[in-house]
Design a protein around this ligand. Structure first.
Ligand code: UD1
Ligand code: CA
Length: 460
């Protein structure tokens, strides 16, 4: 195992977000921003990973509960980044080697840069190595003050002189430290600054004064170290993540007709020769096969879609499986365990919930199918409704292979329609229908001749 340890700062309130939610839990392309940071850190195969939480500590811990190998320490109150690191001292007691310190609000950092940081830090034997970047717009970041080639100190924007504010080289808030003697040095930091906080970047000056080595790694792509402090930075970073995701998909053979309006989360997989039309959202753990067309205005969440599927405009598809060559929409709503089998057709204004819809079956217009099992080759007429809810519990409807459900049928569940059975238009089906039977329940039609004329006379 390596002798690299990781600590992630995630205790701050994120005042500039104006949010009741902890900043690091805000989503970037479908995932909390801190997830990106932890994924990059995991590439270092660290011996330990400590997350420093504070503001909304429980919510942050809960959001990360699925991740293995994390330990949490609580910083309360939050007195600055140096104070935050001090709260991890006990957790790191006895640890040797290198501590990589990351910010939970900088999600674009690559694993490659982190490896470069650790390698450089080890090779030079420095007490601290700081990841920096030269940017055209340094506002909001700490500035790197150098004497000659050497980094001398870091000055925060609020404490910087006008000349220092002109410096374009910024602190990423990402560092490698030698653990030996680190916490003694951190303890010597004072809060004598504009914000009366304990600034971790002050370590640079402290180490240099002690004659310890401090090195820098300058990233070539400054985007990588962008921090998120406000909603507009959240949007800007999300745009970068989506842009990269879209580029990756296009390189792999997916057509995005307008990448600027394709909102595709980081975890989504899409097969070659699938076409994504403008204005589509594909979210969460969604997989889409090859040769599909997803038309505009559609939102797909946590769903699995096979090959050769067409989703017409304005469909909402969540927690659903679509097998191969299925056609859906326009204006369909598939949700909560809808399972649509090969070559099936689900047309406009059809809602399907927790229902297996068999191969080659059709519900072309205006239907609700909930808690049902529909066999193969079934025809569901317009206006068919499974009345699955009796006011207390949900009941099952079973429609077997080859059945034909006439338009405007209500199926009062629990109920079964047998194989190849026919149901006449406008039926209310309360009893099971045997295989090969015809079920009718609509009242007999009666015509009253001359009724309109008589009604008129009555009114006069
Ligand atoms: C910090 C750096 C700045 C750098 C910038 C890069 C300091 C003083 N400044 O500024 O030099 O350019 O990051 O993005 O470090 N946090 C805690 N506990 C606290 C305070 C903060 O855990 O008491 C966490 C925050 O949740 C956040 C991270 O530390 O994840 C950085 O804090 P933030 O307030 O965003 O610092 P910046 O002002 O961005
Ligand atoms: Ca920040």
């Amino acid at each position: 195992m390596s002798d690299t340890h990781v600590a992630v700062l995630a205790a701050g309130k994120g005042t500039r977000m104006n949010s009741s939610r902890a900043k690091v839990l805000h989503h970037v392309a479908g995932r909390p921003m801190i997830e990106y940071v932890l994924a990059a850190a995991a590439a270092l195969d660290p011996r330990s990973t400590t997350v420093i939480v504070g503001h909304q500590a429980d919510a942050v811990k809960e959001a990360l509960a699925g991740r293995q190998g994390l330990s949490f320490v609580v910083q309360e109150p939050q007195r600055g980044t140096a104070h935050a690191l001090l709260t991890a001292e006990t957790a790191l007691d006895g640890a040797r080697g290198t501590l990589v310190l990351l910010s939970g609000d900088a999600p674009l950092l690559s694993a490659k840069t982190l490896k470069t940081l650790v390698d450089r830090h080890r090779a030079t034997g420095a007490a601290a190595t700081v990841v920096t970047a030269s940017v055209s717009e340094p506002r909001g970041y700490g500035r790197i003050v150098r004497t000659g080639e050497q980094i001398a100190r870091i000055v925060e924007e609020k404490d910087a002189s006008p000349a220092e504010r002109d410096i374009r080289e910024i602190n990423s808030g990402i560092y490698a430290f030698a653990l030996e003697g680190l916490f003694d040095a951190v303890r010597s930091i004072a809060a004598e600054n504009a914000q009366h906080e304990y600034y971790l970047p002050d370590l640079v000056h402290i180490f240099r004064r002690q004659g310890c080595g401090v090195e820098t790694v300058v990233v070539s792509n400054p985007e990588e170290i962008r921090g998120i402090n406000s909603r507009s930075e959240l949007a800007a970073v999300s745009r970068i993540v989506r842009h990269e995701k879209n580029a990756e998909l296009m390189a792999a053979g997916v057509t995005l007709e307008d990448p600027g309006t394709a909102y595709i989360d980081a975890a989504v997989a899409i097969g070659a020769d699938t076409v994504i039309r403008p204005g589509v959202s594909i979210e969460g753990a969604t997989t889409i096969g090859r040769d599909c067309v997803i038309h505009s205005g559609t939102r797909i969440v946590d769903s699995t879609i096979g090959d050769g599927v067409t989703v017409f405009n304005h469909c909402v598809i969540t927690n659903t499986r679509l097998a191969d060559a299925v056609k859906v929409g326009p204006f369909a709503h598939l949700r909560d365990g809808a399972d649509i089998r090969d070559h099936a057709k689900v047309g406009n204004f059809v809602e399907i919930k927790k229902t297996v819809f068999g191969a080659g079956s059709k519900a072309n217009h205006l239907a609700y199918l909930g808690d049902a099992t529909v066999g193969e080759g079934v025809n569901i007429g317009a206006g068919t409704i499974t009345c699955n809810y009796d006011g207390v519990k949900k009941n099952q409807t079973t429609i077997e292979d080859g059945a034909f459900i006439g338009s405007d049928t209500q199926l009062i569940a629990p109920v079964t329609v047998g194989k190849r059975a026919y149901i006449g238009t406008g039926a209310t089906i309360r009893k099971d229908v045997p295989a090969d039977a015809l079920a009718v329940s609509a009242g007999k039609q009666r015509n009253i001749e001359g009724w309109v004329e008589k009604k008129k006379k009555r009114r006069d």
